[in-house]
Structures are given as C-alpha cells and as structure tokens.
Write a protein that binds this ligand. Structure first.
Ligand code: HEC
Length: 287
C-alpha cells in the first residue's frame, strides 16, 4: 500500500468515527480536594433555620455558610448523629459517621468531568436497597435558589420528605421552596448506582430522576477497598440541566448512599463552590 493510500484510509477512518468522544483526563495529574461527607441524622432545613435548636441559625441568616462553621468538624458531627447521640431517632448499628472523599474536577471546554474516590467503610446494616451497595449523587445549582450558596443541598432537605420521622406521605421527595425549571430555581441532580445505573434529573418542586440530556457517562469501580466514580457531563443538555460556562461558579454538594441505604440514610457534604476554569472550593480546569 502506498503512503498516500494509507493516509487516505486513515483520514476516512477518522471521518467515519465522527467527533472525538469525550475522554476523562489523567486523574493522576488533577488536584484533589478532600471533603468529608457525614451522616446528617434528622437535620432538615426547618431544624437548621428554626434557631431554637441549631446554634448556627442566626449566623446563617446573616450570610455565614455551613462550611464556614463546620468544614473542619464534619467527622465529629457525623459521629454524634450516626451513634444516635444527637438528632437521630433510628441509629443504624455500626454505622460509620463520616467518609473522607477525594473530589477531583476537570473540563475540556465541552464536558465537565468529576471524580469521587473513597475507602469503603465497614457496613452490615439493613439492606434497604438490595440492588445497590452504593449510590453517589451530586447536585449543581446556578445561583438562583436563595440560600444555596450557603447551605448547598440543604435547600432541598425538608422535614416532610419521605423517610423523615415527621413525613406523612411516603412519596414526597426532596424539593425546593418555590422551585421551578422555568425560573431557574432548581438543582441539577446526577446519580451513579453501583448496580450500573446512571440518572440525570433535577430537584425543583419535586425530585425528578430523568429527562436530563447532559450526563454522558457515570462509571464506578471498586479496586481493593477503594471506590472511584467518574461522571462525564456535557456543559449543556436539556430540561433540568444547568448550562455550564467557562469562568462561572456553581453551588455544589454531593451524597453517598453507603451500605445499601435509601432516602435520608446517606452521608452528605456541606455546600461548596465548583468553578469552571476559575478558582473555587473545587475547580474544574483544563488539564
Ligand atoms: C455560625 C456557625 C454555624 C453555621 C453557619 C451553621 N452551623 Fe450548624 N452548628 C453550629 C453549632 C455551634 C452547632 C452545635 C450546637 C447546636 O446544635 O446548636 C451546630 C450543629 C449542627 C448540627 C448537629 C450536629 C452537631 O455537631 O451538633 C448539624 C447537622 C449542623 N449544625 C448542620 C449545619 C448546616 C447544614 C448548616 C448550613 C445550612 C449549618 N449547620 C450552619 C454552628 C453553625
């Protein structure tokens, strides 16, 4: 085969392959931020803001963030709730109060890549979700939900949601007060499940686990006792997909349902910022 012929063949092959597929970066070169997710017990927004029970309520109203007060101490907080010492009427025996997670982010101008890695804690609790040992979800918010810049996911966490002790309706999911896609008052929600599921939804007046078009891939694997989950998400998609842009910062939080749990029995992060090509708590830059 002549050199020219070979060249034409290669060129045709790459044309047929279409645009290059999104590929995650070399994670070994992407800086990691350690975020310790903790077991929140029953600490819905109503408990947080009421003021009589939570010491942070007044400062929160004045603009202090949850992370501002609590970032360093989430492990200790989680221990109190997991053990039932505080605001947890139904402690799970042997439950770890916290999980340190390494969070990495990057972008290539068209896609956001997020990687979460952590060591599997000991388990053995009731198998509420038999199919999934682990689920990991994260939410993004585009600075439109009041309070989301301070409280992260807590704006969606309410006392009347299912699995909460005061819930009256076991179908009621998390929601945002006055939430609506049209007004932009919603959180974009993406979830990976260890069974191999991937969900692209949102939380507005209720939680919807489908309809998004931005999430290309959610892949997780366990090597030894270490989990690593990687999301590939296009900058923009469809309904409930927040459009990401270079230079902008979004509100970010994530949760792990460890040891076959559902509903509120997860470990959660406080609220952090995610910056695209810009400095933030977690920065997604071009590798
Ligand atoms: C001004 C600092 C401050 C801010 C801001 C703040 N908190 Fe607190 N928080 C406290 C203090 C002090 C306590 C412990 C005493 C108490 O319960 O009042 C506490 C307790 C808690 C507890 C119970 C566990 C424990 O260690 O006692 C949870 C859960 C919690 N905060 C979550 C949050 C969340 C979520 C936010 C944001 C929506 C937040 N806090 C904002 C100061 C703060």
């Amino acid at each position: 085969m002549s050199k020219l012929h070979a060249l034409i063949l290669t060129a045709t092959a790459s044309l047929l392959a279409g645009p290059t597929l999104a590929a995650p970066p070399d994670w070994g070169k992407v800086p990691a931020k350690e975020v310790t997710v903790f077991y929140p017990g029953v600490s819905p927004l109503e408990w947080i803001t009421k003021g009589t029970e939570h010491g942070g309520a007044r400062a929160l109203r004045k603009g202090e963030s949850c992370a501002g007060c609590h970032h360093e101490e989430t492990a200790d907080m989680g221990k109190k709730m997991a053990s039932g010492q505080k605001i947890e009427p139904k402690p799970i025996k042997g439950k770890m109060g916290f999980i340190p997670v390494k969070v990495q982010a990057a972008n290539d101008g068209a896609n956001l890549y997020m990687r979460f890695s952590w060591k599997q804690p000991p388990g053995g609790g009731e198998k509420m979700d038999k199919d999934n040992q682990v689920k990991l979800a994260f939410m993004l918010e585009d600075n439109k939900v009041p309070g989301a810049n301070l409280s992260g996911c807590w704006e969606t966490c309410h006392a009347d949601a299912r699995t909460m002790p005061d819930a009256k309706d076991d179908k009621k999911t998390k929601y945002v007060k006055d939430g609506a896609l049209a007004s932009g008052k919603y959180y974009d929600l993406m979830q990976w499940t260890s069974k191999g599921g991937k969900f692209d939804g949102y939380v507005a007046d209720k939680r919807v686990m489908e309809g998004g078009k931005a999430l290309l891939e959610a892949k997780g694997e366990k090597k030894g006792d270490e989990w690593a989950v990687v999301f590939t998400r296009k900058f923009s998609g469809g309904d409930g997909d927040i459009a990401l842009a270079s230079g902008k910062t979004y509100n970010f939080g994530f949760a792990i349902h460890d040891d076959y749990t559902i509903g509120r029995f997860h470990h959660v992060s406080l609220g952090y910022t995610l910056g695209i090509d810009t400095d933030a708590d977690i920065s997604a830059k071009k590798p």
